[in-house]
Design a protein around this ligand. Structure first.
Ligand SMILES: [Zn+2]
Length: 190
């Protein structure tokens, strides 16, 4: 593993993998890779690693691309907080490392700052090919991390009771109410 590698991948290999998985070369995935690399490195050897991201954007794909944790296997939890931060933790000891983008440090990097502080009006976002060298050069300098301890493992470990909805007859999680969410008016289809 050489200097500048991200989770064991050279930047160019990482760019190809993110294009395959995410559909495009993405600054968010690249920063996410640095965050995961930092979190796992600081966490140390950990056979039971789980990850929680604090945004639905980019970071979940970076985690699924670079670690065995996925939404489907439950070892990745995704919080919709709009915070560019994640925590990797040992689901047995609950010891973790939380990594966030450091907004003060980002101010030292004009392109990263323009990407991160997108104005509501949009404005011109720097292109990936411009941004990537600045992100790679900055490396961990744009991140802040610290050890944390989780209150509990976030993966649902007990079986979720299910039963058939009396209105549509389909099976659903009973904790959601007397009928399924669609029959409660939350259907996203007609
Ligand atoms: Zn129903």
């Amino acid at each position: 593993m050489s200097q500048g590698d991200i989770c064991g991948l050279s930047p160019e290999d990482f760019f190809i993998r993110m294009e395959e998985f995410h559909g495009a070369r993405s600054p968010g995935i690249l920063v996410g890779g640095l965050m995961i690399d930092t979190a796992l490195g600081e966490l140390g050897s950990c056979p039971y690693v789980n990850v929680v991201t604090e945004t639905v954007v980019c970071l979940p794909d970076a985690v699924q691309l670079l670690t065995p944790c996925t939404i489907g296997n439950g070892f990745l939890q995704v919080l919709d907080w709009g915070k560019f931060a994640l925590t990797a933790y040992d689901r047995q000891s609950l010891a973790g490392v939380r990594v966030a983008l450091d907004p003060d440090a980002v101010g030292n990097y004009p392109l990263i700052r323009r990407w991160f502080e997108r104005s509501p009006r949009g404005g011109d976002k720097p292109a990936f090919d411009q941004l990537a060298p600045e992100i790679i050069a900055a490396g961990r300098a744009i991140l802040a991390w610290r050890p944390v301890r989780l209150h509990r493992a976030l993966k649902e470990s007990s079986r979720v009771p299910t039963g058939r909805c009396p209105k549509c007859g389909e099976s659903y999680a009973l904790r959601l109410g007397p009928t399924c969410p669609a029959c409660q008016g939350e259907a996203y289809y007609v």
